[in-house]
Design a protein around this ligand. Sequence first.
Ligand code: SF4
Length: 253
Amino acid sequence: MASERTVKLKVKRQDGPGLAHYWHEFTVPWHPRMNVISALMAIQKSPVTSDGQKVTPVVWECSCLEEVCGSCTMVIGGRARQSCSALVDQIAPDGKTIVLEPMTKFPVVRDLVVDRSRMFEDLKRVKAWVDLDGFHELGPGPRQSQENQETAYPLSRCMTCGCCLEACPQVNAASDFIGPAALNQVRLFNLHPSGAMHAGDRLDAVMGEGGVEGCGKAQNCVEACPKEIPLVDSIASVGRATTKRMLLGWLLK
Ligand code: SF4
């Protein structure tokens, strides 16, 4: 038997990049263990607003549906998070309207879809990879200590979702601060025994304009990160490494 209970959603909409936004409210049937994605799917199936207006279906992005890919990140009730893991009963137990908006620190593509290219460009800027010099047999790689692995593993959980940039006051239209996620990758790959070959390049990439010095130490990032990555520690670690590199550079001049 169909449930009588309903879920109310208010969605911030935008038809394309740079266009004005507007709001639509929807009411969809509730079902047990419903998440925001399934509410959006119900809207897609029947794109009719609460006041009976037939509209274009709401556009959003999703992929893994298990909080690993980061693509379904949006602002839900004022907080950036993944819509796959946002359970309706937890975020609106009293039946209050769930407000969905696109993240504000990235250009809107359409409705709830944003363009996170800047994060991927930043990964290129900091060489967030371990270089290979070919596909020939290289033999076993260098051993990594247990302690090193334990430090590195939590840093490797980043899914480039953008929540930390959304929460960071230093990431704004007037600043070119690279943001916490890329700085965390600098720490991660510089910790790697093979990745450390390019540690200097990574530090150089964040020593200039828009680099680690742009952090205002608000510490919102660590609160916002769904993967509980110790971002403040990563930023502090990269800050110490860049200071050391700068001082060594002066001494060796
Ligand atoms: Fe998302 Fe955390 Fe990675 Fe930032 S550091 S992009 S909040 S997973």
